[in-house]
Design a protein around this ligand. Structure first.
Ligand code: ZN
Length: 157
């Protein structure tokens, strides 16, 4: 990491962890998923209101470390108001980046690309992906009672 990248990384992560966007559960949620990452102690609940094909409302709560919270916060900004297919595309792009499958992170990820360096730290990958696991679980089927845990040595997904 060069100095500029490091500075930008720190300021964006700190900003999103201190002032998470879309924080709070949405009223009339149609899909909710709660997950935890026991190795760090992160907990996240993501709630969505899917209206037709659109993620009309997106919100999350949870007690988590800065990386986990910042990643979830940036994720909600990216998927809010988007179609299901667009949200799934974003999820795929983030997975490819954080697991090192993509040589270059997709441009569509925007600020989330700052998290690309996390792939070198498997324990941190679990932090960065917890919110995305929740998105995957919430999109898998519309249920408001989903719980999961990120365990084992799998690199996030
Ligand atoms: Zn964490």
């Amino acid at each position: 990491m060069d100095d500029n990248f490091e500075e930008l990384y720190e300021s964006v992560i700190l900003d999103h962890s201190r002032r998470p966007r879309n924080y709070g559960l949405v009223p009339d949620a149609t899909a909710t998923a709660s997950g935890d990452n026991p190795t760090c102690g992160d907990e996240i609940t993501l709630s969505l209101r899917i209206d037709g094909d659109r993620l009309a409302a997106v919100g999350f709560t949870g007690d988590s470390c800065a990386i986990c919270k910042a990643s979830a916060s940036m994720m909600t900004v990216k998927i809010k108001g988007k179609s299901r297919a667009e949200a799934e595309e974003m999820l795929g792009a983030f997975q490819d980046m954080i697991t090192g499958k993509a040589a270059e992170p997709a441009k569509a990820l925007g600020e989330l690309r700052l998290l690309s360096g996390v792939q070198k730290f498997p324990q941190r990958v679990k932090c960065a992906t917890l919110g995305w696991h929740a998105l995957k679980a919430a999109l898998a089927d519309d249920s408001t009672a989903k719980n999961f845990s990120v365990n084992g040595n799998e690199a996030g997904f």
